[in-house]
Design a protein around this ligand. Sequence first.
Ligand SMILES: Nc1ncnc2c1ncn2[C@@H]1O[C@H](COP(=O)(O)OP(=O)(O)OP(=O)(O)O)[C@@H](O)[C@H]1O
Ligand SMILES: [Mg+2]
Length: 358
Amino acid sequence: MIEIKNLSKTFKQKGGDVDAVQDVSLTVEDGEIYGVIGYSGAGKSTLVRCLNLLEIPDGGSLRVGDSPEMTFENGRAYIADKGGKRPMSRKEQNALRRGVGMIFQHFNLLDRSTVFENVAYPLRYSGMKKDAIRARVLEMLELVGLTEKKDVYPSQLSGGQKQRVAIARALASNPKILLSDEATSALDPDATAAILNLLKELNEKLHLTIVLITHEMAVIKTICRRVAVMEDGRVVEEGDVYDVFANPQTPIAKRFVASASALSKVDTLVESKSQLVQTKPGEKLIRLTFGNDCVGDHLITTVARNYNVDLNIVLANVEILQDSTLGGLVAILSGKEEDVAAALAYLNENHVGTEVLN
Ligand SMILES: Nc1ncnc2c1ncn2[C@@H]1O[C@H](COP(=O)(O)OP(=O)(O)OP(=O)(O)O)[C@@H](O)[C@H]1O
Ligand SMILES: [Mg+2]
C-alpha cells in the first residue's frame, strides 16, 4: 500500500516559490494500477518523485509498501521510532528507493551499454553474484519479450523496445511498486497499446502495484482502476475510473473525460452551427448517458413508442470500462412539447443522464 497524507513540496526559486505539490492525500492499494492525470505543470512528476524520495517532500507523511511511516519537515525525512521520530538515514532512503522501480518518457537508457548491461546495471552494486545477476537479467528480458535483443545497443531498438528494456531494468531488483512517468507518451499508438498490455500483465503476474502518470485519458481508461486528477499541485478529484468517466465533478475532470469521448464532437458541431445539429421548432438536441444500470434495456424504443416522440441519432458511442458498459448518445428529439418533457423525465427515472444541448 502507498499511503500519502498531506504531502507538499515547494521549489524555492528566485522568481518566486513554486508549490508543485500541495496537501495531497491519497491511498494506493496493493496490486492496483492507479492513474494520475493532469495538464503540464500540474505536479504529477513531482508527486511520484516524492514517492521514491527522489524529491524529499517539505511536509506531510508517507508510507510506501512495508516502510515505516515517514514524515517530512523542511525538506528532511524522519522515521517513526519508539513513539517519536528520528532522521531517516541515507541507507534507509536508498533501501526504500530499491523497492520502487521507475520508468520514464524518454527511457533513460545507457546508450553505450547493451540491453543486457542496461538491465544488469541496478544489480551491479547489490552484492549479487555474477551468475545470479545473469540469471536475473535473462529472466527479466524474457518477461518483457526481449531475449533476442540482449546483445544489441539501445540505438538499434524501436521506442517500444527501449521502453521494454527500461521496464526490465526497473523490475530487476524485484520492487513491489512501479512508478511510470509518461512512459508511453513518446510512443506510437500500437507501441503504446503493447506497453500498456505489458504493464497490465506484469501487474497481474507479479502483483505489482503501479502508479501511472499521464496526460492522456485514453491511457487511464485502458488500464487504471482508480484515478486522481491533479491541478496546480492539488488532487482535485479522485475515484474509480468508471465513476470519474461516468460522472466527472470538476471542470478539469470534465475536460479530460470529454477529450477521450467520441461524443464531445457534438460541442464542435454546435459551435460551428453544423447542419447535423440544427434543430427545427419543437425539436431538441439532447445528450443521453447510459451507465451500468441501464445499458441493454429497451429504453429508446420504449420512449419512442410510449411518448410518441422521434429520436434522430447524431452521434453514439458505447465503451467498456473495467468490464462495465458506459454509453452515450447525442440525438435530436422531436414531438409535442409535453411528450418530449415526459420522455426526458422517463429516461431520467431510468438512470439515463439527460442534457438538453440546444
Ligand atoms: N526541480 C525543480 N525546480 C524548480 N521548479 C520545479 C522543479 N521541478 C518541477 N518544478 C515546477 O513544479 C511544477 C510542477 O512540475 P511537474 O514536473 O511536477 O509537473 P508535471 O505535472 O509532471 O508536468 P508535465 O506534464 O509537463 O510533465 C511546475 O511549475 C514546474 O515548473
Ligand atoms: Mg511530468
